[in-house]
Ligand binder design. Structure first.
Ligand SMILES: [Zn+2]
Length: 236
């Protein structure tokens, strides 16, 4: 194989690897942001559940206070019932007692409803608290790992940058310029392997004469279809 071509292959490998590492590196802030957003979403959803539970407990206390007041009123009414003088007063008092008893039943029904909801939610909250603990630990691990990977990636990129410079220095200026031109037009891939008489990038058949030249000579040849520089690992 033409040694220039060999150097270009090495150069392209380095550049593609660098591009991949650059992408990984530039994706990291976004990944960390997404993980943090998820962590925040889980935490605030849990806080909301806790707030609802607290509100239910307050409502229960309020209702119990009302029942206490009604019961005090009821026993006062029952005491008064003993002291009434007329039938009319007695009937009115009895009616008041029945009303208070009805109100107490209603409040107690409400307390039961609140307690049932609290019980259902208490189980949810306990399960959710455990799940939140596990999930947020996992998320924090991922955030830390993403941040920790930055220096390693930067180091690899620096090393590839140095390798790239060294290889570039070995390539003919004119050929390098042509390589750059094709790479810019073809998403960074300026070289295409010729295999089984096909260009492996654009999959178009290579003319038999050109393919034969590729196998037998050191000439720099270009794909008729995609203009990439052709190389082959096959032997003539
Ligand atoms: Zn091609």
């Amino acid at each position: 194989m033409n040694p220039e071509l060999r150097n270009l292959i090495t150069l392209q490998d380095i550049e593609l690897k660098s591009a991949e590492l650059h992408k990984q590196l530039s994706d990291i802030p976004r990944q960390i942001q997404d993980l943090n957003d998820e962590l925040e979403r889980l935490t605030s959803a849990h806080e909301e559940r806790v707030a609802i539970a607290k509100e239910l407990a307050n409502r229960r206390r309020t209702l119990e206070g009302q029942v206490d007041m009604l019961q005090t009123k009821l026993s006062r009414l029952k005491d008064q019932l003993m002291t009434v003088k007329t039938n009319k007063e007695y009937t009115a008092m009895l009616h008041e007692i029945q009303t208070a008893e009805g109100q107490i039943r209603e409040e107690e029904d409400r307390i039961l409803e609140v307690m049932e909801e609290m019980e259902a939610r208490d189980q949810d909250i306990e399960a959710a608290r455990q799940e939140l603990g596990t999930e947020s630990a996992g998320l924090r691990d991922s955030i830390r790992a993403a941040g920790d990977s930055v220096p390693g990636l930067e180091e690899q990129l620096a090393r590839l940058g140095a390798e790239k410079e060294a290889v570039e220095a070995l390539v003919d200026r004119e050929l390098l310029a042509r390589y750059r031109q094709i790479a810019a037009a073809r998403k960074g891939v300026a070289l295409a392997e010729a295999k089984d008489e096909l260009c492996s990038c654009c999959h178009v058949r290579i003319r038999p004469q050109m393919y034969a030249d590729l196998l037998r000579t050191d000439a720099i040849l270009y794909c008729d279809s995609c203009s990439r520089i052709l190389f082959t690992r096959e032997e003539s």
